[in-house]
Design a protein around this ligand. Structure first.
Ligand code: NAP
Length: 295
């Protein structure tokens, strides 16, 4: 398939490379042009503008946040203006439910297709084509995309005919991950202040009651205090908790734990540590207990 890929950050670079390796003709664009080089070396075609990346059947976006997606879609010579009628925009960024609904309407009005396909998995999983894809959109739009999702991930879940439902599922998953990080941080502060080795503690818990990937991945990062380089920055984590709270407010669903997490991310950001991995919020419980601050 002829594909455009816009956004070659930590996640997008691996996803685009796997589409190339799967035999698709991939044209890549990134705001900072230097990131395009590595993909061109692997067989992708360089696009100098967003519009040049929109000449195929499909264009992926994997961008930081709502503002980035709005710039790239609605800007002059953006996706909305450049994509052919009948072609599909696959939005894999973690964006708001409200923006996904706006994109659904805008692409429909332009005679284009729009599918939300946010992903679970960190940059290592993106590079290894081991993402989990949560897809939603009209069945006739989703059906031709199966091989693309197979190229970037290990499993695809189709959740709804409404694209925004996939964004809500993704955001709810990140809320649960942040809750896990916070609870590990509190538990490690507790046992750590009493002199128990955090590495052994996490090993005990993740080999017994909590043997799920979320606990293993984040328990390890927290016990080793391995917050740089970030796989997923605390700045993006704050963004996701804010988006969860916005969606919850719209649906009138109180999320008291998410409100606490928002303050944790704000505190980390305010302390100049937004560039750290989002698991660094786990250290704030230690700080509150008189232990060391990470930044
Ligand atoms: P990242 O490394 O910070 O990359 C962000 C990308 O967005 C870069 O290509 C950046 O371009 C581009 N961008 C930002 N603002 C822009 C703008 N105004 N106009 C055009 N391009 C813009 O982020 P990431 O970790 O790959 O995450 C990308 C998305 O995936 C986010 O929505 C994130 O929440 C989600 N996600 C991340 C993970 C993870 O573990 N990292 C996992 C699942 C989902 P430049 O290179 O020019 O800055």
């Amino acid at each position: 398939m002829k594909i455009g890929f816009i956004g070659l950050g930590k996640m997008g670079s691996g996803m685009a490379a796997n589409l190339v390796h799967a035999g698709h003709r991939v044209t890549v664009y990134n705001r900072s042009p230097a990131k395009v080089e590595a993909l061109v070396e692997q067989g992708a075609t360089r696009a100098s503008t967003v519009a040049e990346a929109c000449r195929g059947d499909v264009v992926f976006t994997m961008l930081a946040d709502d503002t980035a997606v709005e710039d790239v879609v609605f800007g002059a010579d953006g996706i909305l203006a450049a994509l052919s009628r009948g072609a599909t925009h696959i939005s894999s960024s973690t964006i708001s439910v409200a923006l996904s609904q706006r994109l659904t309407a805008a692409h429909r009005d332009a005679g284009q297709r729009y599918v939300a396909a946010p992903v679970f998995g960190r940059p290592e999983a993106a590079a290894a084509a081991k993402l989990f894809v949560v897809a939603a959109g009209a069945p006739q739009a989703l059906e031709p995309l199966t091989s693309l999702f197979d190229a970037i991930g290990q499993r695809t879940f189709v959740v709804s005919g409404q694209p925004a439902a996939a964004n809500l599922v993704k955001l709810s998953g990140n809320f649960m991950l942040a809750s896990v990080i916070e609870s590990i941080g509190e538990a490690v502060a507790l046992v750590g202040k009493a002199g128990v080795d955090p590495l052994q503690y996490v090993d005990i818990l993740t080999s017994t009651l909590f043997s799920a990937p979320a606990y293993q991945t984040y328990g390890g990062l927290i016990a080793r205090r391995e917050f740089e380089p970030a796989g997923f920055t605390a700045t993006l984590g704050l963004k996701d908790i804010q988006l969860v709270l916005a969606a919850a407010e719209e649906l009138a669903v109180p999320l008291p734990v998410a409100s606490l997490l928002r303050d944790r991310f704000l505190a980390l950001q305010a302390g100049g540590a937004g560039h750290l991995d989002w698991s660094a919020i786990a250290t704030l419980a230690g700080r509150d207990a008189g232990l060391n601050h990470p930044a």
